[in-house]
Design a protein around this ligand. Sequence first.
Ligand SMILES: Cc1ncc(COP(=O)(O)O)c(C=O)c1O
Length: 455
Amino acid sequence: MLRDALPKIVTPLPGPKSQLVIHKRASEIPSSISCATPCAISRAEGAVVEDLDGNIFLDFVGGIGVMNIGHSDPEVVEAVKKQADRYFHPQINTFHYSEYVDLAERLNRLTPGSHKKRTAFFNCGSEAVDNAVKIARCYTKRPNIIAFTGAFHGRTYMAMTLTASANPYQTGFGPLCQGVYRAPYPDLYHRPQGISEDQAVDYYLKQLCNMLDESVSPDTVAAVILEPVQGESGFVAAPISYVKELRKICDRHGILLIADEIQTGYCRTGRMFATEYWADAGVYPDLMTSAKSIAAGIPISAVTGRDEVMEAPALGGQLGGTYGGNPLACAAAMKVLEIMERDDFAAKARAIGEKTMKRFREWYEAYPVIGDVRGTGAMLSLEFVKDRETKEPYTEAANTIMAGCKKNGLVVKNAGVYGQTIRLLMPLCLSDEQLTAGLDILEKQIALFVSGGNR
Ligand SMILES: Cc1ncc(COP(=O)(O)O)c(C=O)c1O
C-alpha cells in the first residue's frame, strides 16, 4: 500500500514524465503560480506521494496544512462518492440541504465556548477572512481593523491588505483596502534584545496600547485579527498571557477579537482548535475563521461566531456566494471531523510534536545554524540563523536543506519573512516509521549543510 511506503527516489528529479508536465506548465500557467518540488504527481495516500516516474516522497507539507487527515483517506473518498451520487450543488440560497446545516451545527458545537454560535461557509481561507471583517464591521458599525506584523491572511484584497508581507504578496497590486492598522505580533524569539519573555509580553501590549492612543482611536476599531500561531511567519505562537490581556483590551473598547485558525485548526496544534488553549485561560474569540484541513482538500472555509455578531448582516444575500458550503465539501468535512474525533487526531498531533521536538532540541545542541526550534502540537519549525546572537536570517541554509530533502524523498516547505524557517505540516496519520524516516532525512541535510557537504 502506498500509504505505508517510505521514500524511494528512482530517477534524477524531475523524471522524464514529470518533465513533460513541468514544461507545459511553464508555458501554460502564470509563472507567479510557483512550485517548489521537481516532480508531477501520480497519486497520494496518507503522508505519501508518488510521482509520474515512480519516485516516492514523504509529504511534510500536506497541501500547506490541508491534509491533516492524510491524502485520499478511504472513508472520506467514500463519503464524497456517496454525496456525488445524490447531488453536487443545489446552492444554499436556492434550496435547503442538510449537509450545510449539519456541518454548521457540528462546528458550532466543536469550536471553543458553550455560547450560542452560528457558522457560514465560503470557499477558501481568504474569503472567510474577508467575510469575518465584513461581519465585524457590520456588527460594530466601525471601519478599522488591527492586524499584526508577520500575519498572513490570504490573497483577496482585504485578506492581502491584512497580510503583513508587502513583499511578495502585495507587490504591484495596490491600492489596497482602507482601514487596516498593524500592531507588532508578540514574537518572543524576536523580542527586543536584553528583555525577558515576560517583559516582552508587556512590551508588545504597550505597543498595541500606544497604537490605540496615537494612531487609531479604539472607538473606530471593529476588530483585531490574530493567528493563534502564525503560519507563514514561521509558526510563532502568541503567548496566552498576551492573548488574555488582548481580550481585556478588546472588551474595554467594544472591539471584536477574530481568531484566524485557517492553518492552526483541525488538530494541527494538538487540540481540535488552537483557541482551545485560549479557552483554558477563559478567553474566547468573537469570530473564528477556519479552512484548509476541514475537508481533506475539497475547497470550503468557515466563519464561526457569536450568535448576535453573526446575525448583524441582516439583509438576504449579504453573506455567501454561489459555491459556499457545497455539499461535496460538506460531506468530506463531516467525515473528516468524525474521524478526527473518533481516532483522536489531536492526540496524534501531540505525539508527533513530542517526538519531533525531542529531535529538534538535540539538533539545536548540535547545529549552531539552528537559532530556534518551535512546536505547538504538530505545527513544528526550525529557524536558521547565521549567528545566534544577532539572529540574522540564514535563508541559504533553509533553501539548501530543503532542496537536499527533496532529492532524498522528503518534501518540506519554508516560511518566515526571509524564508529562513523550515516548517513541518505532515499529515497526522503518518506512521512512526515514516516520521522517523522523514526526520532522519532532514537531520542528514542539516548536518551536511553544516559540514559544507551539500552546498
Ligand atoms: C492563517 C491563514 N489565513 C488565511 C489563509 C488564506 O487561505 P487561502 O489560501 O485558502 O485563501 C492562510 C493560507 O495559508 C493562512 O495560513
